[in-house]
Every structure is written in C-alpha cells, then in structure tokens.
Design a protein around this ligand. Structure first.
Ligand SMILES: [Fe+2]
Length: 319
C-alpha cells in the first residue's frame, strides 16, 4: 500500500498483532521486489517490537529469499551441520516426508518391548536456532513451499516475557549463570564449503542482553542446552527442568503461526524460542519449508559475560 505525500513516496506498512506481546502479521510489503533501506528499517523496527513477523502471499525464489536475508545483515551457510541446496548453499530445505522416514527407520531398529515405550517425537521441542555454536544466528527466515491444508503450525515463545515473569530474586540469580549448549552429529555429511560439521559446543549466558534493544531474555533450549555451569548435576537438572516447564507451559507468552504456501515468517532468534511442526505425525501430506539465517553476534549477559566456543567454529556469513 502506497500513498504520495508532497511528492514523496510513503510506504504504509500494516501490522496486525497475533497476540498482545508476541508476533504480528505484516501487510503492504512485497518482499521479493521492495528491499529499500527505508522498508528494511521499518521491518527491523517491527521485528524488534513484535519478535515474529508473518508475511502472507510472498511468492519468491530462493535467490530472492537470500537477498532478503542479506538485507537484514548477511546470510549464513544454510546450517552449521546440515548442507543447504547445492545451487544455493544459504538455503536449508526441510521436507517432513524425509523426517518421517528417518523416524520410521530409527524405530525399526528397536525391538519390543522398548519400541512400544519410545515416544514418537518429530522436532516439536522448544529451542533457539543453532545455540550449539558460539554465535547463533540473529534472525531466522522460513518460507512455506509446500504446506498441508491443516497441520504443521509453528509455536513461538517470547523469551523476554519469560524472564520478566520470574521473581526478582530468581532473575538476579539467573543473571549470573551460564549454560553449555552442544550438538554432535557423527553421521553428518561433509559440508560443501569444506568447513567442519562439528561437534559443536558453546557456553552462553543464561540471560542474554539483546544487542539492539538492551532487553534481557532467557536463553533456554530444550534441545541443545545440556547443563548449567557451576551447579552440581541435580541442581542443574532441576533448574533447567523448571525453566523449560515455564517456557513450554506459559500459554500467555506463546504465539502460533499457521502456514500457507508463500507465507514467509521472520523471527528474532535473540528474543523468541520456537517449536514445531507441532503435529507432524497427525497428517499425511508433505510439508516443505526453505530456511535462511542472518549471521549473529556473540551473546552477552547482564554481568558482561560473552559467549565462548568450547568446540567448533563460528556460524559465519557467506562470503
Ligand atoms: Fe528451529
């Protein structure tokens, strides 16, 4: 939507909040063609405020998605461990059919009675992307390529509200802590760019100060976070369990995004965690999404602690 005012072209971007504190649908932008500095600045401002931006009806190709990613700070390789597309190494293609097949193969190797007690899980765990590297990506961009008529939604949780909801006493304690995040994929294929596919491990502040807004949030993940430094194992497990219960259980900090083909979702990976698809075994159809990520800096805690790599290199922008 555009209007002329005193001869100046003014872009009218509409924001429809998904919830009072998390997420907004954005109207009036064509991301494939209009990445002028003023548009990008408006969208960045909206992203910092709402943390998750949902754009509907955004047909584009992979090169255009990479251009969008570069406009927000520089596209990384597709993933620290998993190769992207051969023709476009910044783009990670995720197909639900392949994940289902891998799950079936994994379960086929289990014999009764263990098989019957194995929880069938399909990437539903709450996490922040790539926290096993020392500089997790700042922003994640996901585009719907093939989407089922129902199912495959993604959940988001506002990590600033999660932090704010805790008592001042507990926040003060958490402000002083760091956690170890790691991921090891021994069967990972060699990376196209020759870089190591891991193992990766990093120590991050448990509370992160946002580099652009200065707001504190809890940097927690049910997938990659292993332990809290300086606590004994029972203390670490109990505290992590509590924080992850808060993350998953506080509905008022969640937003749920329903996908369509050509829906593009951009989230601030420094301020939200996400989970999904939440119901990948409840429907039969294919679900394909293409992901790109904006390079991130080193997380910093309220006490000045800066993240350190324990194993593996940085998640750098592509040259
Ligand atoms: Fe993710």
């Amino acid at each position: 939507m555009r209007s002329h005012s005193s001869g100046v072209l003014v872009l009218e971007i509409g924001l429809l909040p998904l919830t009072p504190i998390t997420g907004a649908e954005v109207e009036g932008v064509d991301l494939a063609t209009d990445l002028s500095p003023s548009v990008v600045a408006r969208l960045r401002e909206a992203l910092l405020r709402h943390k998750v931006l949902v754009f509907r009806n955004q047909p584009m190709n992979d090169a255009q998605q990479v251009a969008l990613t570069n406009a927000f700070g520089g596209a990384t390789a597709a993933h620290p461990i998993v190769n992207g597309l051969r023709e476009d190494p910044a783009v990670l293609r995720t197909a639900l059919s392949e994940e289902r097949r891998a799950l079936v193969e994994a379960e086929a190797g289990l014999s009764h009675p263990l098989k019957g007690s194995t929880p069938r899980r399909l990437r539903t765990e709450w996490h922040v992307d790539s926290t096993f590297v020392v500089n997790p990506n700042a922003i994640t961009i996901l585009r719907g390529i093939e989407i089922p008529p129902a199912g495959g939604d993604t959940l988001f949780a506002n990590l600033e509200a999660l932090y704010e909801g805790l008592s001042p006493s507990l926040r003060g304690f958490l402000d002083t802590l760091q956690a170890i995040h790691s991921r090891h994929a021994p069967s990972a294929a060699p990376r196209f760019d020759g870089k190591s596919a891991g193992p990766f491990a990093a120590v991050h502040p448990l509370v992160r100060v946002h580099p652009e807004t200065g707001t504190r949030s809890l940097l927690v993940s049910a997938v990659f976070m292993q332990a809290i430094r300086g606590l004994n194992p029972r203390e670490s497990t109990a505290l992590l369990d509590f924080l992850l219960d808060e993350l998953a259980g506080r509905d008022e900090i969640h937003a749920r995004v329903r996908w369509e083909r050509d829906t593009l979702v951009m989230w601030d990976n420094r301020a939200v965690a996400h989970a999904g698809p939440v119901d990948g075994l409840m429907f039969q159809e294919e679900r394909i999404v293409h992901r790109t990520t904006v390079v991130g800096d080193l997380p910093c805690g309220p006490d000045g602690f800066v993240s350190r790599a324990l194993m593996g290199g940085r998640f750098e922008a592509l040259a």
